[in-house]
Design a protein around this ligand. Sequence first.
Ligand SMILES: Nc1ncnc2c1ncn2[C@@H]1O[C@H](COP(=O)(O)OP(=O)(O)OP(=O)(O)O)[C@@H](O)[C@H]1O
Ligand SMILES: [Mg+2]
Length: 305
Amino acid sequence: MSQTFAIQLENVSKTFGRRKKRVQAVRELDLSVEVGQVFGFLGPNGAGKSTTIRMMMDFIRPSAGTIQLFGSPVQGNYVLMRRVGALVEGAAFYNFLTGRKNLEILARTRGCYDPKRIESLLDQVSMTNRADRRVQGYSTGMKQRLGLAAALLNDPDLVILDEPTNGLDPAGIQDVRNFIRDLAKKQEKTVFLSSHLLSEVEQVCDQVGIINQGRLVQTGNVAELLASQTVIRLAVTPQARAMGLLLPNWTVIEDGRWLEVAAERDAVPAIVQQLVAADVQIFEVVVQQQSLEELFLAATGGTDA
Ligand SMILES: Nc1ncnc2c1ncn2[C@@H]1O[C@H](COP(=O)(O)OP(=O)(O)OP(=O)(O)O)[C@@H](O)[C@H]1O
Ligand SMILES: [Mg+2]
């Protein structure tokens, strides 16, 4: 049933250079993304995100391992690549041509020229007003928007975006996030995006894979990952007795005047009830969710960029 997977990476490694200059950019990566998901590939600078994406796009070959998209190997598979659209680092355009002309040329070379689609994409990335200006006058954010439109010219089933919000201002970031959500929810596309922005992944992705120094250090459902990171902090008297009462059922540690219980929010009523029944006085109850940021720092050993 490989068709349920849009992306499958098995034991993928990539080494650049030889001998002393050898860089192992990606190490034994196993990853799968189901059709229809928005997958966030999260990692600090130099983690291996762009290298992985370039291998997925068949721009470079893995040193080891296999990459399949929609159940077919990517290598030299031009027909398969028609189902894929990508925004890679530093998308290149003809500077002396307008944004619209660039899209037209790209669409023609990919055999998917459709003026209506170009207009609609320019509109979706809010570039209609600037479409007739030369790309050389574009800001980084405008080029990024044009790159997004370019990635969607062929109406791909799988959209691969390398740091899609790079260079965008806060409003632009919000636009692009909404755009990505629409791709998945309204147009039923599979989206794979890389980011070093945790808030981004938290807001738009269903699944997340955390990569550091070429290795996948954690994968999972974003909501579940966050839920598993919940701590309930209690200010109670007497603390020692409360601890004794809770310990049989929960993992509890003392942190100064706080008791920290490793449990989800749903557990709060049961915990409070148990303490009240034993005449423990409760002064404060705080549910603290570790942000993806903290999770990320823990998973990558604090080498966030
Ligand atoms: N063509 C290359 N030749 C040699 N080393 C390379 C090459 N491309 C990437 N690397 C190295 O591979 C490692 C991973 O780089 P990569 O660009 O994949 O990281 P990234 O996660 O995309 O980082 P960033 O967030 O900065 O874009 C880095 O150490 C980088 O220097
Ligand atoms: Mg990169």
